[in-house]
Design a protein around this ligand. Sequence first.
Ligand SMILES: Cc1cc2nc3c(=O)[nH]c(=O)nc-3n(C[C@H](O)[C@H](O)[C@H](O)COP(=O)(O)OP(=O)(O)OC[C@H]3O[C@@H](n4cnc5c(N)ncnc54)[C@H](O)[C@@H]3O)c2cc1C
Length: 342
Amino acid sequence: MDTARRPTLAVIGGGIIGRICALAAADAGWQVDVYDAGPTRRAAQVAGGMLGALGEGHPGEGRLLDRSAASSAMWPDWIDRLGDPGIRTAEDSLIVATTAADGEYLRQMAQFVWSEQVGGDRLRPLRAREARALERSLSTRVHSGYLAVGEGALDNRRLLAALRIALVDAGAHWHRIAITALSDVTADQVLVAAGMATPRLLPEIALVPAKGEILRLHRNRESVPVPTRVVRARVEGRDVYLVPRADGVVVGATQYEPSALDDHAPRAGGVADLLADAVEIMPGLATYDLAEAAAGIRPCSADGLPIIERVDARTVVAAGHGRNGIVLAPDTAARVVRLLAG
Ligand SMILES: Cc1cc2nc3c(=O)[nH]c(=O)nc-3n(C[C@H](O)[C@H](O)[C@H](O)COP(=O)(O)OP(=O)(O)OC[C@H]3O[C@@H](n4cnc5c(N)ncnc54)[C@H](O)[C@@H]3O)c2cc1C
């Protein structure tokens, strides 16, 4: 490598992972070019933006819980770096059950979190009336719950926009193009972060698609106020979450196998379930405007952990972030910069 010039890096994919890795690399001295196919199939565009860790502590997923908690703690520095505190839309999460069986499900999740070394003291049990005192619009059907202190949410679209501005300010170049072969890009190093499309460029990387519907509701003059915390609910065996935004809430998300990788149409049944469960948990949401129904495909790895590794002397991959790409982004960027540095 010519030491008289900055080393060059081509990043394939401008989703959350490509952008944050590109910016971390630019900050570390790389001259970066980002190649992105556009927003149509970008999971980060539709995501809820929750920084889920304690609220996603499913037994058997200890390593993911550990990684998510560590990465979530890195977000405040990134938000400072981006200079836009409005990216953060909630500081804490309220996790509630609507039936005794749902309460038992959450209790098992909490027991698992408390058994891991991830700051489980931030997950605090609540009685129904304590939960309703925190979020006054919650349904009287709430049975029990937990407060996950410090487990908030980001506005994913504002975040993507801020990252792109920061990249340009850092001297990176953005190219709106779909790359079909890695040999088409000229750079000292190549990072493949193309989400669900990664295996098309690197067939040795196996990913499983998990489709999900997600809704955006806007508050109007008749509506109850937007909740101040993320509300995650277990409603008769189904999960639903409400993520605050400046103008309303994001309601997510279903999860099932898509019919094909271009199956991005939100299905009526998924939208109906989300609306029913959201209104069950917060009846006042019925007065909000339905601004958007969308679907995205989560790029999942076999073991639930992202695949961040060197593929060959010139190529590094960062993909397979599943349902946690936003929370795992800072940790991924740190690992990618270390891999690039050799
Ligand atoms: C409904 C839903 C809700 C979610 N909610 C959350 C949440 O609350 N919290 C959380 O942490 N995560 C959430 N996720 C998961 C998160 O969105 C993903 O893990 C994350 O977006 C993965 O990031 P990525 O950059 O790898 O992929 P993507 O965000 O999908 O980006 C991939 C990018 O690569 C580009 N690309 C593809 N092929 C090519 C090519 N050949 N050449 C150039 N560019 C290419 C695409 O245009 C796209 O911009 C959610 C996902 C879904 C679907």
